[in-house]
Design a protein around this ligand. Structure first.
Ligand code: GTP
Ligand code: MG
Length: 227
């Protein structure tokens, strides 16, 4: 029997204030390494992460690492174009970078929407958790509420420096005892992107029959129903 092989290519933005660790998170995720030296990104950098989503599906994430200094400039509009998902990153040791998160989200939503007008799926990353979360503890407890209010599909504590975080959770495979890295944050993002695509396909109107839309019905994301 012929197997159906599907490939998806998704453009994903990685945005957030200067020095919060966007480039480092991508390096950790794609190349499994970390450098303590800071070299500010100029404009935008690119990286590709290939995920075996399931036995029939390959997902290619084209990660757009946008310089923090591009903040809310004209260029961001060009960079955002045709993206289907985003990570917004802040640094848990610098509260001002968390305050900027809502500004990044508003900027993103004002410049980029899916064809049905919905915002693109966005995951919030609380980075540098290896440095302690003392200055941030109060906010971390309120994160679920914050994400709900500001339209994030999820949030994760991350550390590009350390392995023991949710971006790269080390799991021992029960069957073979080989350690594996599980990329929880990007899985969360990808499942929401796939669900948005499904929602978009289902919302395409057929040629002849025009279904009556019930305006009192609140649209729901199928990722939240299925997963
Ligand atoms: P711009 O490109 O200027 O927007 O910065 P960026 O967000 O890409 O930050 P970058 O990844 O360059 O990291 C800035 C600094 O923070 C570097 O010195 C990194 O080594 C450090 N850093 C990044 N992530 C972590 C982390 O999780 N833990 C620790 N301790 N340091 C980190
Ligand atoms: Mg950078």
């Amino acid at each position: 029997m012929q197997s159906h092989h599907t490939e998806h290519l998704y453009k994903i933005l990685v945005i957030g204030d200067l020095g919060v660790g966007k480039t480092s998170i991508i390096k950790r995720y794609v190349h499994q390494n970390f450098s303590p030296h800071y070299r500010a990104t100029i404009g935008v950098d690119f990286a590709l992460k290939v995920l075996s989503w399931d036995s029939d599906t390959v997902v290619r994430l084209q990660l757009w690492d946008i310089a923090g200094q591009e903040r809310f400039g004209n260029m961001t509009r060009v960079y955002y174009r045709e993206a289907v998902g985003a990570f917004i990153v802040f640094d848990v040791t610098r509260p001002a970078t968390f305050e900027a998160v809502t500004k990044w989200k508003e900027d993103l939503d004002s410049k980029l929407t899916l064809s049905n007008g919905f915002p693109v799926s966005t995951v919030l990353l609380a980075n540098k958790c290896d440095q302690g979360k003392d200055g941030f503890r109060n906010n971390l407890t309120k994160m679920d509420q914050f994400c709900k209010e500001h339209g994030f599909v999820g949030w994760f504590e991350t550390s590009a420096k350390s392995f023991s975080v949710l971006l790269d959770v080390m799991l021992d495979c029960k069957a073979c005892s080989i350690p594996r890295y599980q990329d929880e944050a990007s899985k969360c993002l990808v499942k929401h992107i796939i669900a948005s695509e499904t929602d978009l396909l289902q919302s395409v109107e057929p040629d002849v029959v025009k279904p009556q839309m019930n305006s009192s019905k609140i649209p729901s994301c199928s990722a939240c129903l299925k997963f």
